[in-house]
Design a protein around this ligand. Sequence first.
Ligand code: ADP
Length: 404
Amino acid sequence: MDTILVANAGSSSVKFQIFGIEQDGSLKRQIKGQMDGVGSRPRLRVTAVDGSVLIDRTYESETVHDVTAALATAGAWLRDELKIDPIAIGHRVVHGGPDYDRPVLVDQTVLARLEKYTSLAPLHQPYNLAPIRSILARYPDLPQIACFDTAFHRGHGALADHYAIPDYLYTEGVRRYGFHGLSYEYIASILPQVAPQVASKRVIIAHLGSGASMCALSNGRSIESSMGFTALDGLPMGTRPGQIDPGVVLYLISEKGMPPADLPNFLYRECGLKGLSGISNDMRQLQESSDPRAAFAIEYFVYRASLFAGMLAAALQGVDALVFTAGVGENSVPVRSAIAEKLTWLGVSIDADANAKHARLISRPESRVAVYVLPTDEELMIAQHTCALLSKRPTSSSKHERVS
Ligand code: ADP
């Protein structure tokens, strides 16, 4: 069976999945894997769909010194041990810049363009692109498709896309991009099946995970996001503050003597639930803690989520449905319940039993806003995009032609 490799490369880890392409063109997940601790204590762990562990092995840090080596090591293991030789790779790439509003087949020209967006996402883009560059050099005929976190939001109107700053900065790319686009696109793609009565209406999706954001969907299209130029804005997250007055950053520099080079680590790794609670960035741990600081961090998260829901409701001029997704959104009964409570004024009313059971529809029949819990699947979205682009390529390869 032909397979697709989906890769998500970060600074110190690479996550990957293998999807088989069935005869009818549908995709079936086969394997999930991850190489963690790249450059320090590399560890490859791969599981089959039934959860059975296929490998759990550590490597010398010299062997897996960067993310390119990590993906190459995992790829060699897949090929040698499982005889899996993917016909294409779909990569998660954080930034498609102002231009890419959909996935793209990467060649040297595209790669050069994506490298220019590194300045827009310096902590993520280089790691996303490094394996693509290396694979392109070694296997130029292996199709690689870049799928962007920003693309789904590129249809935003000018008002949503701008900051109130001099226009030359907008022109050079300082825009409100929005992120988690692959998650929102996946949810938008399944709404017609799972919630047909609201799929073409006004929907707020709350992607609440370690990273968290919200998206306003109108007729299946994103019109506004809580995130902006970077994935720092909007809701508080595990280790990121979310919306913060830029004056705080100026204060850190001028009054606290924080070198600007230290700011990324502070803003990406030391704030959010972790900074606020002083206990953990992990929602589950905070829920289990009896420390009042943990309770305050959760309350803060809920409060800010409800404020952003209000903002997106204004952008949509009303709300017909609210969707919870990602780690916290899919699993935390108390967080869903507390956010819903704060949105009573919008017409949200959830059924406590349905919420406790993680039912797909958790709102009461009389709730003006339908409330859903829908698991996201960014990897499947990437695999689908990869197959779709393969089928459009001008190629004589029959393998690719039958993929719809
Ligand atoms: P990411 O993909 O951004 O790493 P996830 O979407 O996996 O993040 O979400 C991770 C978050 O979800 C963590 O804060 C984790 O504690 C939280 N989470 C997972 N399961 C539960 C649960 N049962 N109750 C509360 N929080 C949970």
